[in-house]
Design a protein around this ligand. Structure first.
Ligand SMILES: NC(=O)c1ccc[n+]([C@@H]2O[C@H](COP(=O)([O-])OP(=O)(O)OC[C@H]3O[C@@H](n4cnc5c(N)ncnc54)[C@H](O)[C@@H]3O)[C@@H](O)[C@H]2O)c1
Length: 344
């Protein structure tokens, strides 16, 4: 029997999750919830984001529609609630869903603060339900394989790594919530977090971070530049910015330099390139399915087979929010900030 899912928040990510679950025979979207009646009527033409999304007119026959999240959460025909709401609402509705006995899939960032994220994990443990966070970059073609190459030291140790993610200013969110620091955490927590997550997932916890920022106003993290302290011998940096003009669009990529080769990936080509000693770069094979699909199918499979995710345990997503908080603290204070993973 497929995992019966209710999706709350039909925006940029909610529409993507809906389409992915619908294409997955192991899942069945039984209900959606949004406070916008147009979304509930199947008119998704207003949905926008920084990568292509399937909008337009959607056939919702056979799907229950709720305008109140509490009602969807109370629906006894739902096994798992997929939360694609603005970030500041994640903790409230994830905890309610867990307390109602549902498994929860929740978009990244896990919550607006690491303290809220910890409450989500406590609620999951208490309710004995599973909690999965959408740290999609761990599943992304090219990024997934790069981590394996690093882990196996096939080309020696990493000497330096740089990750970058730049976007036009995102003004497409519901009621412009992305531009409200209290709701989104701005570029640092909303967008740059993908690179923070990859750094933590791939290299482990740094001893400290040093960050700088630029913003439309003093204190706004619209652009953040971070150096991670892994001690002498490995220079890891990341940069995220979303203050650019509308025609800029979106780009992301990395350069990872090891003793015997350099790896690069950029979204424009989607190719993982190995630059060795020969002078000719080689295209490395990568998984064909996109990161969102792989991630959501993995989580549905975990629910169907009563497994935790070894790729993204929820505690690791809390750690990622904590590391972004350390980066923000460093950027805003102008000081190096020590980082330590909390246990549990
Ligand atoms: N993994 C990724 O690559 C990625 C990309 C974009 C966004 N996200 C994350 O996904 C989440 C959602 O972002 P988005 O860009 O889809 O937002 P969005 O603004 O496009 O959509 C939010 C939707 O929630 C609805 N909504 C608001 N309050 C509600 C409530 N109380 N009950 C029901 N519906 C409500 C709005 O009407 C809107 O349709 C955020 O946490 C964001 O950080 C992740």
């Amino acid at each position: 029997m497929p995992v019966r899912i209710g999706v709350i928040g039909i925006g940029f990510m909610g529409s993507a999750h809906f389409n992915i679950h619908r294409s997955n025979p192991a899942a069945k979207v039984v209900a959606i919830c949004d406070i916008d009646p147009k979304k509930l009527s199947g008119d998704w033409s207003s949905i926008a984001g920084n990568v292509a999304v399937g909008g337009g007119k959607v056939d919702l026959s056979g799907v229950k529609t709720y305008d109140c999240a509490d009602e969807l959460i109370a629906d006894p025909e739902i096994d798992a609630v997929d939360i694609t709401l603005p970030t500041y609402l994640h903790a409230e509705f994830a905890i309610k869903a867990l307390q109602a006995g549902k498994h929860v899939l929740c978009e990244k960032p896990m919550a607006r603060t690491s303290a809220e994220a910890r409450k989500m994990l406590d609620a999951a443990k208490k309710a004995k339900r599973k909690l999965f966070i959408g740290q999609c970059i761990r599943f992304w073609p090219g990024w997934f394989e790069a981590r394996e190459i690093i882990r196996t030291k096939k080309y020696g140790k990493v000497i330096s790594a740089n990750f970058r993610r730049f976007s036009q200013l995102p003004t497409w969110g519901w009621q412009n919530w992305l531009q409200d620091n209290a709701k989104s955490g701005l570029c640092a927590l909303d967008m740059h977090i993908h690179d923070t997550d990859y750094v933590l997932y791939t290299f482990g916890a740094p001893k400290a971070v040093t960050a700088h920022y630029a913003g439309f106003k003093k204190g706004r993290l619209d652009h953040i530049l971070v150096a991670y302290d892994y001690g002498q011998g490995m220079l890891v940096t990341s940069e995220g910015a979303w203050e650019y003009k509308p025609s800029f669009g979106f780009t992301m990529g990395f350069v990872i330099h090891m003793e015997k080769a350099t790896l690069t990936w950029q979204i424009e080509t989607g190719k993982l390139m190995l630059h060795g000693a020969s002078g000719k770069a080689e295209v490395l094979p990568t998984v064909m399915e996109d990161g969102y699909n792989r991630e959501l199918k993995h989580y549905v499979d975990c629910i169907a087979n009563n497994k935790q995710s070894e790729i993204c345990p929820p505690a690791s997503a809390i750690a990622t929010v904590s590391l972004v908080e350390a980066e923000a603290k460093s950027a805003l204070s102008g000081r190096k900030v020590a980082f330590k993973l909390k246990k549990g």
